[in-house]
Design a protein around this ligand. Structure first.
Ligand SMILES: [Zn+2]
Length: 282
């Protein structure tokens, strides 16, 4: 079984996770830039983080045989902080970089005017750079948030086929599907979606344009939720080909629209900027 986790924050995860993910079949990941919990006080902190997602983390992932790409953006949670807004001015030069396969995560957290502005601006940047957009839908007041998100996408110059609406659930999947965008589901250990609910959604709405991710980060989460969903699908009567479509071919097709996916990963023998992850090593 080959698995592509289209939304996971490996910066917050350990090497044990990388090992377990590889053993479970994960061969590729996309790491969206996001809120790190501790508020950032200057754009420079974002740029160091973006550089880590483009350099250090792919290097680390490659040690475990996993291809790593990222999506970059000013995240919704910090889009209202005037100290962070200059990130939007610098983002275009980052969007030119090879490892960037989408603009993201963007979208709504509390649905403020500042978030409206950041979302519209970044959808425009995605369109200008020929990149897809990875859009986080809010965890509270989900349906209102989804509708407002779909409206902003419709008003933007970005084709809905280049948009992934993430963190969907039973209340939002229908309208999200009707919008023509790709459908993302984050599977969590004890809140929001779980793998059995995911299987039920797949039975009702089909497997087309559906992506399943673990969204594992610094909170309670499980980087093997992709594999657990695949196993739950098989147990429920889906075929190996259905699993391959949802867990591999759909994310490849969505992020492949960037023209930048490289899925063969050579285990690096070189150093990353003079440093090895082997302590005292080589
Ligand atoms: Zn995330």
């Amino acid at each position: 079984m080959r698995i592509f986790d289209p939304h996971i924050h490996m910066t917050s995860r350990t090497t044990d996770d990388y090992q377990a993910m590889y053993a479970a079949g994960v061969r590729a990941v996309v790491e969206p830039s996001f809120w790190l919990g501790q508020p950032r006080t200057s754009p420079a902190s974002f740029f160091d983080y973006f550089d880590a997602l483009l350099g250090w983390e792919p290097f680390r992932a490659a040690q475990y045989g996993i291809a790593h790409h990222c999506t970059l953006a000013l995240n919704p949670k910090e889009a209202g902080d005037p100290r962070c807004l200059p990130v939007l001015d610098e983002l275009p030069r980052y969007l030119l970089k090879d490892g960037v396969v989408a603009v993201g995560e963007i979208g709504y957290d509390s649905m403020t005017p500042a978030e409206d502005n950041a979302l519209a601006t970044q959808l425009r940047l995605a369109a200008e750079h020929g990149l897809p957009a990875m859009v986080h839908t809010p965890h509270r007041d989900k349906l209102t948030g989804l509708r407002r998100t779909i409206d902003v996408v419709r008003e933007s110059s970005l084709d809905p086929g280049l948009v992934l609406l993430d963190h969907l659930n039973e209340t939002t999947v229908k309208e999200a599907k009707e919008s023509g965008s790709w459908l993302g589901f984050s599977i969590y250990p004890d809140t929001k979606m779980d793998e059995d609910r995911m299987v039920a959604v797949l039975k009702e709405y089909g497997t087309e344009q559906v992506l399943v991710n673990s969204a594992a980060d610094w909170g309670r989460s499980d980087p093997l939720k992709t594999r657990r969903t695949a196993d739950a699908m098989l147990k429920a009567g889906f075929t190996e080909d259905d699993v391959d479509l949802v867990l591999w071919r759909n994310p490849v097709a969505f992020y492949g629209q960037s023209g930048r996916l490289v899925l063969d990963v050579a285990r690096p023998e070189t150093l990353h900027e003079g440093n090895s992850i082997l302590r005292g090593g080589e």
